[in-house]
Design a protein around this ligand. Structure first.
Ligand code: NAD
Length: 462
């Protein structure tokens, strides 16, 4: 008989790894195995150099690894041993066939479901941890139930709301844990199993139980609404630059309204990450499938506004630097899509870099954690890019510095020293508004904050 306290997670990525490490740390009475087909990733989870950078993650992994947390490539054995199977594989945007560019590509998920159906020899609870389109649970349940041995499966939706960079804090103290279950017999018991697991450390009132469709939908809507706030304030940053308003002041005034609140209202070069764009496009595709064209267009605009913001930032650099970047060195500070992560998936840095290279700029890219991923993203552009571990080396001889990621470390650099080593006029484009612009101006920089007037030493400059 299966051990009801045995957990498997298929997919040892940004979600599977940290989530399972937290469950193992908080639930020492459970055995947690994380399996992945990527042997290199598994080897790194078993080493001191984890495959992802996340503050606090190493300590949590160390606490449980070898005790009740295991990483393996043997997915089949993991399936046989487990009672609760989380599936946390990637669900990228489809690049081919029907729905290309919008719909979620469910091939990795379906492969896992089929493998579970083929391999399992006893009842299992299969948990959707990946972000999936609404009604995916139904299809998954059908695949699982089609196993010829008559084994029973329960499917639950348990979307993950962690944010990279703060994953450990989010997992330890979540705003809510959402569990959706189907209305088939016995699913209540399955749901209770998952509730009991989280109740080891999450207050019961923060564990929400819903029907499975609401759960799947809530994840897409949460991401769409967060991204919508970013696109909203970014759209206003463009208007501020034209009108003389200061977007930081506007954002502050607006966010002091308790009905609106302050989070996700900071302007920037655009949102990135593997989820926002993909999940909104997934929502757009769903709307189109149900002939809700006005709703689809409404949400699609959030993504279009983000593309606009990335393009606008690059175009502002070109325009400010006398409409030519040919042969000019530009130091990009930050390549990760946000601070405190090495993840560069869908990072605005990728698009901005490509646009600057099209203008024949030479880039010097510095990031405290993301250089290995940046190298992969920018493969083929080696002639135009230097990767620098040291920000001072990146800025040496540069005509401009562009802040792309809001790493705190960038606020602590010696800007006088950076300025002294640069070509003049030395430009600084603060794509995150994290620096002291007045001070930079006094040092001698031509300062271009986002969504507010530039600070320029040039006479007649507008
Ligand atoms: N990254 C985030 O911040 C975040 C937050 C919430 C939800 N999500 C969702 O969680 C899911 C996973 O995201 P991620 O960022 O962890 O992805 P990821 O790409 O980092 O990890 C997915 C892992 O699944 C593995 N995998 C794929 N197919 C497999 C198979 N058949 N058998 C075993 N392993 C397999 C891959 O090798 C990879 O290591 C996605 O649906 C995503 O939308 C992500």
């Amino acid at each position: 008989m299966e051990n009801k306290k045995s957990i498997l997670c298929i997919g040892a990525g940004y979600v599977g790894g940290p989530t399972m490490a937290m469950i193992a740390a908080k639930c020492p009475d459970y055995t947690v195995t994380v399996a992945d087909i990527n042997a290199d990733r598994i080897a790194r989870w078993n080493s001191d150099s984890l495959p992802i950078y996340e503050p606090g993650l190493y300590d949590v992994v160390k606490q449980a690894r070898g005790r009740n947390l295991f990483f393996t490539t043997d997915v089949e054995q993991g399936i046989r041993n487990a009672y609760l199977i989380f599936v946390s594989v990637n669900t990228p945007t489809k690049t081919f066939g029907a729905g290309a560019g919008k719909a979620a590509d469910l091939q990795y998920w379906e492969k896992c479901a089929r493998l579970i159906a083929e391999t399992a020899d006893s009842t299992k609870i299969v948990v959707e941890k990946s972000t999936l389109p609404v009604r995916a649970a139904e299809a998954i349940h059908r695949i699982l139930q089609s196993n010829p041995r008559g084994i029973e499966f329960h499917v639950l939706s348990n979307p993950e709301f962690l944010a990279e960079g703060t994953a450990i804090r989010d997992l330890e103290n979540p705003d809510r844990v959402l569990i959706g279950s189907m209305t088939v017999p016995d699913s209540h018991e399955a749901m209770q199993t998952l509730v009991d697991l989280y109740a080891h450390w999450v207050p019961r009132e923060r564990i929400l139980t819903t029907n499975v469709w609401s759960s799947e939908m809530s994840k897409l809507v949460s991401n769409a609404m967060l991204a919508q706030r970013i696109s909203s304030i970014n759209s206003i940053s463009a208007l501020c630059e034209r009108t003389g308003a200061d977007v930081s002041e506007v954002s502050r005034a607006v966010s002091m309204d308790s009905r609106i609140g302050s989070k996700f209202l900071r302007p920037g070069v655009g949102f990135g990450g593997s989820c926002f764009k993909k999940d909104i496009l997934n929502l757009v595709y769903l709307c189109e499938q149900y002939n809700l064209d006005a709703v689809a267009k409404y949400w699609e605009q959030v993504v279009l506004m983000n593309d606009y913001q990335e393009r606008r930032f690059a175009e502002r650099i070109v325009k400010a630097m006398f409409n030519t970047l040919s042969g000019k060195r530009i130091a990009l500070f930050g390549f990760a899509f946000k601070a405190d992560t090495g993840d560069t998936r869908e990072s605005p840095a990728i698009y901005i870099s490509r646009m600057l290279i099209e203008e024949h700029a030479k880039l010097a890219i510095h990031d405290p954690q993301a250089l290995p991923n940046a190298r992969l993203d920018m493969k083929g552009y080696e002639d135009c890019i230097e990767y620098c571990e040291d920000p001072y080396e990146a800025a040496r001889g540069a005509h401009a510095i562009a802040i792309i990621t809001d790493w705190h470390a960038f606020t602590e650099l010696d800007y006088q020293r950076l300025y002294d080593s640069m070509e003049k006029p030395a430009f600084l484009f603060d794509g995150r508004n994290i620096l002291d612009h007045r001070k930079l101006f006094e040092i001698g920089f031509e300062v271009y904050p986002l969504g507010k007037a530039k600070l320029s030493h040039m006479v007649h400059s507008r």
